[in-house]
Design a protein around this ligand. Structure first.
Ligand code: PLP
Length: 450
């Protein structure tokens, strides 16, 4: 049932009066009141429907109000709503076992957190404890979360106002052929040169000072950057050679986004630590965590791990996680993601390269794609400048407005649109949403060189 239309004014007044929002100048925003959500769609109070091509913040993998998740939470709430982390609990244990079962061999234990930033925070703490080293290497063009360690590792402008200056976070360039830092012209060249650059960085920083390298398996918000064949295996080898731990940040791509349980399964490298959140239970109750290899876990067999959280392994969150596994298995979610990605999304996006002068490149996998918008396909000048806001961002703002006008909620970042709908989206909805975006791209074309 829809709330009465006059409820909108109260939602807006309470929000504007009292809710302090993430990442925003509070007086310059006007958050849209949302009345309801179901599957891949949510509604405002005026009855406008939005097909969610962003899965909220790329967390709503099973869509809004999935009946299995809702009932798992309701049943768990009726049974045992919370229990502190030093006691053993059935759903917490079952979820840890199921996550270990789908993790690469040798990763058997799970430390649960409340979200993605905390997962990275704890993975880094483990790596520092185990190696006795302090530095952590991360990529430019990355996002690892907003707590102090996670934001210092972040390689995008969200870090700038948060620099801690302790010198323990060092950044390097990852592979990104379309805007290659290495003057490469093929994926093979890009991967090989990116590895040489990483090796140089390790040598110049001092291998014995580096605890870990953290990499988003497929870089998410900063561009859906799929690693070239062999790159992540090369990272693994560099880590082995220098006693460095490899942390795979799978917060955005874990649990089906590219059609694998963990994205790392597609790239044949075995990390020492995997961090996850978002898709583990679609964010119905906050949950994240670290999957821990035997090498790291055994360090803490007789030595206490110095860290913890009141809500580590919260039963309501874990119940939604167990239900997520049941839905994935019963409904063949991974297969449908691969199928829809290859059969519907990829050919449609490749077609846009022919029909839209503003589309410079498309890339991705499964239900996770980026469309890179440019002013000029020859020079690859981005449609809006790096980190553009306000009037500089007008072409992207106009594109996004056209998409919303057509009933699709798009994900945009700098000069890119990403395609990241819920993994349960119907084929009809997917095709309809893509055609709305196709139409909206004519707005971007207006700023591009014909
Ligand atoms: N790591 C990656 C790759 C992410 O995309 C995000 C969030 O977008 C995070 C970490 C942080 O997760 P959270 O916002 O749950 O702290």
């Amino acid at each position: 049932g829809f709330p009465a239309a006059d409820a909108e004014a109260q939602v807006r007044a309470d929000d504007r009066g009292h809710v302090f929002h993430s990442w925003s100048a509070q007086a310059l925003i006007d958050p849209m009141p949302v009345a309801a959500g179901e599957g891949s769609t949510f509604w405002d109070f005026r009855g406008n429907a939005y097909l969610d091509f962003s899965s909220q913040l790329v967390n709503l993998n099973l869509g809004h109000q999935h009946p299995d998740l809702v009932s798992a939470i309701q049943q768990q709430a009726g049974r045992l709503s919370t229990i502190q982390p030093s006691l053993a609990n059935d759903v917490r244990g079952e979820l840890a076992r199921r996550i270990a079962d789908v993790s690469p061999e040798g990763l058997e234990k799970v430390f649960f957190t409340n979200g993605g930033a905390e997962a990275n925070e704890y993975a880094v703490r483990m790596a520092r404890q185990v190696t006795g080293r302090r530095k952590v290497l991360s990529m430019y063009r990355s996002y690892h979360g907003s707590t102090s360690t996670a934001i210092s590792l972040t390689g995008d402008p969200r870090r700038w106002a948060n620099e801690g200056g302790d010198g323990s976070a060092v950044r390097f360039f990852g592979p990104y052929l379309y805007r290659s830092a290495f003057h490469a012209t093929t994926q093979e060249e890009e991967g090989a040169r990116a590895l040489q650059h990483l090796e140089q960085t390790i040598l110049l920083e001092g291998p014995a000072t580096i605890a870990a390298i953290i990499i988003e398996t497929v870089v998410g918000t900063n561009g859906v950057l799929v690693p070239p064949p062999g790159y992540l295996q090369g990272v693994r080898e560099l880590c082995d050679r220098h006693g460095i731990l490899y942390i795979a940040d799978e917060v955005m791509v874990g649990f089906g986004r590219i059609g694998e349980w963990f994205a790392i399964d597609a790239f044949g490298a075995r990390p020492d630590l995997i961090t996850f959140a978002k898709g583990v239970n679609s964010g119905y109750v906050p949950l994240g965590g670290v999957v821990i290899s035997e090498r790291v876990a055994s360090h803490f067999d007789r030595v206490a791990f110095p860290g913890g959280l009141t809500y580590s392994g919260h039963p309501l969150a874990c119940a939604a996680g167990v239900a997520t596994f049941e839905v994935f298995e019963r409904d063949g979610i991974l297969d449908r993601v691969r199928d829809l990605g290859a059969r519907v999304v990829e050919p449609t996006l490749r077609g846009w390269l022919e029909t839209h002068p503003s589309v410079g490149e498309v890339r991705g996998r499964g239900l996770f794609w980026a469309v890179e918008l440019v002013r000029d396909r020859e020079t690859r000048e981005p449609l809006v400048p790096f980190n553009a806001s306000g009037p500089d961002a007008a072409p992207m703002t106009a594109f996004a407005a056209a998409a919303k006008q057509g009933g699709v909620w798009p994900f945009t970042h700098f000069n890119r649109m990403h395609i990241a709908p819920p993994l349960v989206i119907s084929e009809e909805e997917l095709v309809r949403g893509l055609s709305v975006l196709d139409e909206a791209l004519t707005v971007a074309d207006g700023y591009a060189q014909g």
